[in-house]
Design a binder for this molecule. Structure first.
Ligand code: ZN
Length: 120
């Protein structure tokens, strides 16, 4: 089996399917990036991420986000990004939140189209 994008050989069981195309894991993550809130692959990524990184140290940006969430409880992404605008770009903030979500540190809820971030 080979990746339909980069043509690398994929080991049995390591293939990912995206829009009916077989992709290797790297291309799959690539296709799904940049990280989005409430992305459907978060659960999958969370599992493999935690398995591969049992001793997780938070990055500085992640620590800042956790601090804000601790302080405010539930926060909309747009508000979080606004609070962090002097320290983290919106793009980085979104990526870090997605990473924290994958680690199982925060939850991302969709309440009738309103996205809410909070610590688990
Ligand atoms: Zn590939």
């Amino acid at each position: 089996m080979e990746c339909s994008k980069c043509k690398v050989a994929i080991l049995n069981g390591d293939e990912r399917e995206h829009k009916r195309k077989i992709l290797c894991e790297d291309c799959y993550i690539d296709v799904l990036s940049p990280a989005k809130f409430c992305d459907p692959w978060a659960d999958y990524a969370a599992k493999s991420f935690v398995e591969k990184n049992s001793n997780i140290a938070f990055s500085d940006n992640q620590s800042i986000i956790i601090k804000v969430l601790k302080e405010y409880g539930e926060v909309e992404p747009i508000i979080l990004i606004d609070k962090l605008k002097d320290q983290i770009s919106a793009e980085d903030g979104e990526r870090e939140c997605a990473a924290l979500h994958r680690m199982g540190k925060i939850t991302i809820e969709n309440n009738d189209g309103k996205i809410i971030l909070k610590l688990k």
